[in-house]
Design a binder for this molecule. Structure first.
Ligand SMILES: Nc1nc2c(ncn2[C@@H]2O[C@H](COP(=O)(O)OP(=O)(O)OP(=O)(O)O)[C@@H](O)[C@H]2O)c(=O)[nH]1
Ligand SMILES: [Mg+2]
Length: 297
């Protein structure tokens, strides 16, 4: 059975249809996903995708607040979509949806659409349904769609493959040394925002980040609570038309899933009583290779 979703309606700005489609995501069949992907590929224009990452409490939601305020005041006709990924509540399985409270003041703003979803315990700090959420949201005439990940974990490097721009919130109060950061996120973030400039000496941190990081990474140190959001206008955003991050990332994720299925199927079919000999590994590979070739036909 396929979910009845009218993507044309969503493209014309029908928020009711958008809401309804997003609600159906968790029960999507493989066929539903195929239809969504096909419809997504036909889009002439899609929103610029922004990913926001950073350890818990680094200021991701406060940054979002400034991002929305800035864009709504400078470009009053802009349409902004927000997908907030909240940690699952281990007791009830539902999301904490804490950000909803923080961003309450935008709920009545017609140019802002905010959706919170649970990460369903996904270790990546994202949600297993992120591809579908992004493709559905991309149909709506949003200028940008921003995704706030659950802080920390692997979310930073994973989110890189989904978005056109990755913004890292850096908490000057975190125990994380900059050296530690260097090994991963510094290389993948397009922009680093050091928060809490009102409380800490963030200048020295942003200077060190500049020294360590790639010269293409923009670095700001700001007070996200009381400071002016003008720095938002200085962030060099890559537009969706200049980037294929999502499309390529999606194909890579599909391929990975298919490969996992083939490996699982092979492992399950391999007789567990096969005596382990010195040649086992070689044999295993050979058999897998034949199995894989058969599957790929
Ligand atoms: N003084 C000061 N406080 C800040 C600043 N940025 C964030 N905070 C405070 O730090 C706390 C965490 O900020 P959030 O914006 O909720 O951080 P977050 O990264 O979204 O946190 P999680 O979603 O829980 O991971 C809040 O109490 C904010 O008010 C800042 O620039 N200055
Ligand atoms: Mg938050």
């Amino acid at each position: 059975m396929t979910s009845e979703i009218d993507y044309k309606k969503i493209s014309k700005g029908d928020k009711k249809e958008l809401r309804s489609a997003l609600t159906k995501v968790e029960s999507f069949s493989a066929k539903d996903e195929e239809l969504l992907w096909a419809s997504f590929l036909k889009l002439k224009k899609r929103p610029t995708l922004l990913g926001i990452v950073g350890t818990p409490g680094a200021g991701k939601s406060s940054f979002l607040n400034q991002l929305i305020s800035y864009n709504r005041s400078k470009k009053p006709t802009s349409q902004l979509g927000m997908l907030l990924i909240d940690p699952s509540n281990p007791d009830g399985g539902g999301a904490l949806l804490g950000d909803r409270v923080r961003l309450k003041k935008f709920f009545l703003d017609d140019g802002v659409y905010i959706r919170s979803v649970s990460n369903k315990g996904d270790v990546s700090g994202l949600t297993p349904h992120l591809d579908k959420y992004i493709m559905i949201l991309s149909h709506f005439p949003f200028d940008t769609v921003t995704i706030e990940s659950v802080g920390g974990g692997q979310s930073t490097t994973y989110l890189r493959d989904y978005v056109d721009n990755l913004i890292l919130l850096y908490d000057p109060n975190s125990g994380d040394g900059i050296q530690h950061l260097k090994s991963g996120v510094l290389d993948v973030a397009d922009c680093i925002v050091v928060s809490k400039a009102d409380l800490f000496n963030t200048k020295s941190i942003s200077n060190s980040l500049y020294e360590w990081g790639s010269k293409h990474t923009q670095i700001f140190d700001v007070d996200l609570l009381n400071g002016e959001p003008d720095f938002i206008g200085k962030i060099n955003l890559k537009k969706s038309k200049d980037s294929q991050s999502f499309q390529l990332g999606y194909l890579k994720r599909r391929l990975t899933k298919e490969l996992h299925n083939v490996i699982d199927e092979f492992s399950n079919s391999y007789p567990s009583k096969t005596p382990l000999t010195e040649d086992s590994y070689r044999l295993y590979w050979e058999k897998f290779s034949t199995f894989f070739q058969e599957k790929s036909k």
